[in-house]
Design a binder for this molecule. Structure first.
Ligand code: PGA
Length: 251
């Protein structure tokens, strides 16, 4: 049976007090639904404990947005995977295109981060995706394959079967211009095929301008197992609209 994972990437939004109120609103909205999807909230580090405290017994999971690649040590200002786990997270986004772009994260560093996350028993939500220029030049599949194979090549000695992939075309992030179902499906299918070569059958989320309006058409695709949501995860109405679309796939 198909599983659905809806993860909200809050990015650098929601101070702790706002995170607490917002999480309570999400919980109230979910209580009114027969939710069968895995819902993950990914607050900024400083707001994680506010979300943990608000969630109580509710079946919502929490993820961080990044971690340091070393398990511990003299790295002032950084946060380790084991700290994230101990704070109450079970997931962590890794390799988001904003981190690749703004902090120079490359596929090898991302492999190191995935390794520390797996060692800390956290589920990595590993983002990959091509830029507009790469797509325009017909390089989408080449880029996706390089991102996957470079990182997986560094992780041959570790069990990667728990990873979640998020396909996020960079041109679709925060632009309001989501991939069409056709564009998403062909890349998801390609990712699925590459992973099969590594004996991996991982959930593949789509990310990039997902809204309550376009979620149904993207989530109904055969190789799409959920969504990584940025902007629309900051509104209770739009985020629960996406969760509703996911649940419709499961009923
Ligand atoms: P968006 O962001 O939904 O605002 O496009 C998605 C993401 O960056 O994960």
């Amino acid at each position: 049976m198909k599983k659905m994972i809806i993860a909200g990437n809050w990015k650098m939004n929601m101070i702790p007090s706002a995170a607490k109120t917002f999480t309570q609103e999400i919980i109230n909205a979910l209580r009114q639904r027969d939710n069968k999807s895995t819902v993950i909230l990914c607050p900024p580090f400083i707001s994680i404990s506010a979300v943990v405290d608000s969630i109580g017994e509710m079946a919502i999971s929490i993820g961080a947005q990044n971690c340091h690649e070393k398990p511990k040590g003299a790295y002032t200002g950084e946060i380790s995977a084991s700290m994230i786990a101990d704070a109450g997270c079970t997931y962590c986004i890794v390799g988001h295109s904003e981190r690749r772009r703004d902090f120079g994260e490359n596929d090898t560093l991302i492999a190191e981060k995935i390794r520390v996350l797996i060692n800390a028993k956290l589920t990595p939500i590993w983002c990959i995706g091509e830029s507009l220029e790469e797509r325009t030049n017909g390089k989408t599949f080449e880029i996706i394959e390089k991102q996957l194979t470079t990182t997986l090549g560094e992780l041959k000695d570790i069990d990667c079967s728990g990873i979640i992939i998020a396909y996020e075309p960079i041109w679709a992030i925060g632009t309001g211009l989501a991939a069409t179902p056709g564009q998403a499906q062909e890349v998801h299918e390609f990712i699925y095929t590459i992973l099969t070569g590594y004996n991996l059958n991982l959930p593949i989320l789509y990310g990039g301008s997902v809204t309550g309006d376009n979620a149904a058409s993207l989530l109904s695709l055969p190789n799409v197992n959920g969504a990584l949501v940025g902007g629309a995860s900051l509104s209770v109405e739009s985020f629960t609209g996406i969760i509703d679309a996911a649940n419709k796939q499961l009923h």
